[in-house]
Design a protein around this ligand. Structure first.
Ligand SMILES: [Zn+2]
Length: 312
């Protein structure tokens, strides 16, 4: 089946998981079973950080080798993994719009948190390496933008504005998942291209720090972007199940339009999964629940955005 997943932590998981043959939330083998999926393959250069009370802000993760590695080294290793998968002929990497037509498993390389960039112009370098989507923040603030966990939601900095403009110019998607509200509003008013929130749900349904309120959803829709409804259990409901994904998707559809709904599972980045949506193969069940809207939500909407952003 055709399926775009706007967010999977493939490389991040690979330290203690067989990414090619594994049987977890997702693997290359499972993606091959789906047929022609396109997965945003996340590069997550990440080190632990602590707040004033000494709490690890990144406690949900904490792979020991990663937590101590300098960001650049992590970035490098995760890029290498994806390029290796391509060399083995297991995936093809989407670098231009025409690559979307290729059969089989496709990956689009996506950075989660721009902290690793020394300045906005490093994006040129990552573009040459194949990067086509840049998420401005993870759960803490950086020199480009404020995060959804920010204690002072300052939006885009001057550097952040430069980064968004450069992404527009190069043909790189800008992702506001994990961003603070001021950042979402700044990015959507500045960007000349559709903006995505790769993995986030509806705040009106579930009041969670990672979810988007109606004003944020509306501004993303106004850029003609998409929101990837996500399987992060805490962002879904009290008793998360596959039906909650449909509920969040329906809200966005009814309030802002079907063309703005997509899926961003966060598989391999989450420790628990909704009932009935335990792995990527369950997207076939989701398609049944979505009925006639399935192809738009699972493929067309995201591909429309990609075609308008990527160079030909
Ligand atoms: Zn994330």
């Amino acid at each position: 089946m055709r399926f775009v997943d706007l967010h999977e932590d493939l490389a991040f998981s690979s330290q203690n998981f067989d990414l090619v043959q594994g049987e977890g939330q997702c693997s290359i083998k499972m993606l091959q079973q789906l047929g022609d999926p396109l997965v945003f393959a996340v590069i997550f250069p990440h080190i632990n950080t602590w707040d004033e009370r000494g709490e690890v802000l990144s406690a949900a993760y904490g792979h020991p080798t990663q937590s101590s590695a300098p960001l650049l080294q992590v970035l490098w290793e995760q890029f290498k993994l994806y390029l290796y998968l391509e060399r083995r002929g297991l995936v093809s990497i989407v670098r231009k719009a025409s690559d979307l037509e290729k059969p089989g498993v496709k990956l689009l390389l996506a950075l989660e948190g721009a902290d690793v960039l020394t300045d906005p112009y490093d994006l040129h370098l990552l573009y040459e390496m194949g990067l086509r989507c840049v998420g401005l923040t993870w759960n803490y603030d950086n020199k480009f933008a404020s995060s959804c966990m920010s204690k002072k939601d300052y939006g885009l900095t001057g550097y952040g504005e430069e980064l968004v403009k450069l992404a527009n110019k190069l043909g790189v998607l800008v992702d506001v998942a994990h961003a603070g509200k001021a950042t979402v509003l700044d990015v959507t008013s500045l960007s000349k291209a559709p903006v995505i929130a790769s993995h986030a749900n509806v705040k009106k349904i579930r009041n969670h720090v990672r979810n988007l309120d109606d004003e944020e959803l509306e501004t993303i829709a106004k850029t003609d972007g998409v929101v990837g409804v996500t399987a992060i259990t805490s962002a879904l409901s009290e008793n998360p199940s596959i039906n909650d994904l449909v509920t969040h998707a329906s809200y966005i559809e009814q309030k802002f339009g079907l063309r703005h709904v997509a899926i961003g599972t966060d598989f391999l980045g989450v420790q628990s999964t909704p009932q009935g949506f335990e792995n990527v193969l369950k997207v076939q069940e989701l398609a049944k629940l979505l009925g006639e809207k399935a192809d738009k939500i699972l493929w067309e909407n995201a591909v429309r955005v990609l075609k308008s952003v990527l160079k030909v």
